[in-house]
Design a protein around this ligand. Structure first.
Ligand code: COA
Length: 256
């Protein structure tokens, strides 16, 4: 279990928290491994009726740890990142996210799998996959256009601009805006209400309303993983990662 993920179960709610604030809660392979294992145990544990994702330090997560991605890229389908993403796509119980501060990359795409998303008014979200010479993951290529509509999805993915909690709610990525610092208590209040509902009825409802999305999402995750791998190994990505590590803007002018 990664020391950077903590988890507790209380009143039927499993809270899973990213806890690496010194790196803006960026996710490493070990953290993905732990997240995948926690989802699997939460699925099987009859005491768990609902999962809540959150982060420490007033942040959600800055997404994949870029250094880690360069040294240990997800080359195979059993890589922990893919285990976690498939776990999200198939988790049969309600998932809720409490998003404070920063949510980048997978910090946003994982929200597309959550049933309820509470986002702080002052949160800053972005999807800089193209900016890093990558492409969407976590099923975002189908889930984002579905949630936000094609024009907004294209804009968010192609420009990679930062957007606010209010924007996320307006564009169907979040359910509700919380005041800063209140997302977790708002998420827990909803989670505890759901945990008190009849669990089989909750699962049946989720299965019905998620409907066709599940297989479409799993297909998208597999397609995206292939394209993502290709992108990760590209000279464009080498320039983007080098620029990040050297804290300079990337220069893509030599690529065709
Ligand atoms: N991977 C690796 N390291 C990361 C990281 C990530 N995703 N996000 C933040 N860090 C590191 C920073 O490099 C910095 O390290 P340093 O102290 O050695 O310089 C440290 O965490 C603190 O981050 P910093 O950039 O100083 O914080 P900030 O508040 O100015 O900016 C972000 C926060 C999230 C906007 C900025 O760190 C960022 O853009 N990170 C990259 C996010 C990203 O592109 N993720 C998608 C990957 S697919």
């Amino acid at each position: 279990m990664s020391a950077y993920i903590d988890s507790r179960i209380n009143r039927g709610v499993q809270v899973i928290a990213f806890n690496r604030p010194e790196r803006k809660n960026a996710l490493t392979v070990e953290m993905y491994e732990t997240l995948a294992a926690l989802l699997q145990s939460a699925e099987q544990d009859g005491q768990v009726r609902c999962a809540v994702f959150t982060g420490h330090g007033g942040l959600f997560t800055s997404g994949n740890d870029i250094q880690d991605f360069v040294t240990r890229p997800p080359q195979t389908n059993d890589h922990p990142v893919l285990q976690f993403l498939r776990g999200l796509a198939t988790f049969p119980k309600p998932m809720i996210a409490a998003v404070e501060g920063i949510a980048v990359g997978v910090g946003v795409t994982m929200l597309l799998h959550c049933d309820l998303v509470f986002v702080s008014r002052s949160a800053k979200l972005k999807l800089p996959f193209v900016n890093l010479a990558l492409c969407p993951e976590a099923g975002a290529s189908v889930l984002l256009p579905e949630r936000a509509g094609y024009p907004k999805a294209a804009e968010l993915l192609l420009l990679g601009d930062t957007f606010s909690g209010e924007d996320a709610a307006a564009w169907g990525i979040a359910n509700r805006i919380s005041e800063p610092g209140m997302t977790l208590s708002d998420a827990l209040a909803a989670a505890e209400r759901i945990a008190a509902q009849p669990p089989a009825a909750v699962r049946a409802t989720l299965s019905l309303i998620r409907g066709w999305r599940q297989s479409a999402t799993l297909d998208a995750i597999a397609r995206e993983a292939e394209a993502f791998r290709e992108r990760l190994n590209s000279p464009e990505a080498a320039e983007a990662f080098q620029a990040f590590l050297e804290k300079r803007p990337p220069d893509f002018s030599r690529f065709t």
